[in-house]
Design a protein around this ligand. Structure first.
Ligand code: ADQ
Length: 455
């Protein structure tokens, strides 16, 4: 490997030990290679200046910058989370279009590019993460940065039809072409990106995944993200999850874990669980659903209704099916420590992962990694999660079809041990082999190949 690794992500772990799969992976990577990590500090200050605060990490340096209240509103809550997020999750109807937010988004990207340019070297490898920074490479190029710049899009690539609803749709390919490598989660995303680029004036699709766009050339490739499966499995086996849950010995557990986001299909999931309860045979096992759904982005309008809808549906199902000693849906509206989460996954009989649209979905991989291989639970997975490309041995469902999801629950809860083991072995092979270290390695190897080709 050559040059320093320079990572950019919206948040950096500057205020404590890194936690969460992606942050830990990037931390491990930077610790091994040294380098710089740029991102926002999480502080909102009235008049932030154009300088970074420096925080020493373990073998690398973090450079953080503050946002003003107007930047937090326009860049983060506005254009990133109220325009690009719904656009990429097939919910163009939820886009809150506002020219001022776009301007602020661009201002933050330009400001960061200006501040970063002073610190970069030509042989750096710059790895930018996610939709907060789509124009950043283009802004860095405008500052004269010639280093190799890669990007990874953690969420789905928008459908061409939806893209037309973005007032800046003609800029999107221009932003992409600022990068040398445009990384996506799945083959499906690569196909969507190529469909958008195909036929675009000035764009030419060269060899497999290489695009020539006006005077630039870049590659579009998929790098499905993984988890630290070995560490997660170890954590899951350490605590007895069932003891934490206070369940009856014969009670079966279905688990859902998601940020409270409209893309995650939560209301349909609860309704499908209600349908399962309604239709189950008298002697079928008693199953409860534990849904862990911490709030996010509560300042964004489109998120305010979700919690209410979910509580109403949970209330309805519980009202219909509870008895004196049993409440079928347990709903936790807060974060849970990683080790507890791992143990609870292991205690569950079914992982119920049913997003309408999801870049990858790490919960599906965590559920598989956490299982006891001799008595594993069953994964039910939406056909619209990116993870489905690697997890064909799950029970695949359509998250819009309540009846189909209810039938999948019945099948999962009745599945014989032998079939559970077969399916789990196939899933676990992928989750453990294609872990997060494999992901960072394959991305950075591709960047190195591109740097070498450019040299
Ligand atoms: P997310 O939309 O956040 O990520 P996901 O991939 O499921 O979705 O990751 C969520 C993470 O948060 C998981 O590691 C999960 O364990 C954790 N989590 C969720 N609820 C929790 C709780 N209550 N307590 C503790 N931890 C909780 C985005 C994209 C995804 C993509 C990832 C990574 O939207 O599609 O898979 O980035 O690229």
């Amino acid at each position: 490997m050559t040059g320093r690794l320079v990572v950019v992500s919206n948040r950096v772990p500057s205020d404590g030990p890194p936690s969460g799969g992606l942050v830990v992976a990037l931390h491990d990577c930077l610790r091994a290679t040294g380098g710089l990590w740029f991102g926002t500090s999480g502080r909102i200050t009235d008049d932030p200046d154009d300088s970074f605060a420096q925080v020493q990490g373990d073998g690398y340096t973090m450079r953080t910058f503050d946002l003003s209240p107007a930047e937090q509103q326009g860049y983060y809550l506005g254009y990133a989370n109220s325009v690009l997020w719904p656009l990429c999750h097939r919910r163009a109807d939820l886009m809150a279009l506002n020219a001022g937010d776009y301007d602020t988004y661009m201002q933050v990207n330009r400001r960061l590019a200006r501040m970063m340019a002073a610190e970069l070297r030509p042989d750096d490898r710059i790895w930018i993460h996610d939709y907060h920074f789509l124009p950043l490479a283009d802004c860095l190029r405008a500052e004269g940065v010639t280093a190799t710049i890669g990007y990874f899009h953690h969420i789905p690539f928008p459908a061409t039809h939806d893209m037309m609803a973005l007032p800046q749709h003609d800029l999107f390919p221009h932003w992409m072409a600022g990068f040398d490598l445009f990384g996506l989660q799945t083959q499906r995303d690569v196909a969507a990106a190529l469909e958008m680029l195909r036929g675009l004036p000035g764009a030419e699709l060269l060899r497999d995944g290489t695009i020539s766009y006006r005077e630039r050339r870049f590659e579009v490739r998929s790098f499905p993200i993984g988890i630290d499966a070995a560490a997660f499995a170890e954590e899951a086996a350490r605590i007895d999850g069932r003891a934490l849950l206070n369940f009856a010995p014969d009670e079966r557990l279905v688990i859902g874990v998601d940020r409270l986001d409209y893309s995650k299909g939560l209301d349909n999931r609860l309704r499908a669980f209600g349908r399962y309860l309604r239709d189950r045979a008298e002697d079928a096992p008693k199953a409860s659903l534990l849904q862990i759904a911490p709030p996010t982005r509560e300042e964004v309008d489109a998120y305010q209704q979700i919690r209410e809808d979910l509580e109403r549906t949970a209330g309805k199902v519980n009202g219909l099916h509870s008895d004196l000693g049993w409440t079928p849906i347990r709903y936790i509206h807060s974060g849970v420590p990683r080790d507890t989460l791992a143990a609870v996954y292991r205690a569950a009989d079914v992982g119920f992962v049913t997003p309408f649209c999801d870049g990858m979905n790490l919960v599906a991989k965590e559920f598989v990694a956490a299982q006891d291989p001799d008595d594993p639970g069953v994964l039910i997975l939406s056909q619209f999660a990116g993870a489905v490309e690697q997890m064909a041995s799950a029970l695949i469902v359509n998250p819009y079809d309540i009846g189909e999801m209810a039938r999948a629950l019945r099948q999962a809860l009745a599945m014989p041990l032998e079939e559970r083991i077969d399916r789990h072995q196939a899933l676990a092979r992928g989750v453990f082999r294609k872990d997060v270290a494999h992901w960072t390695r394959s991305y950075l190897d591709t960047m190195d190949r591109l740097s070498a080709a450019r040299a």
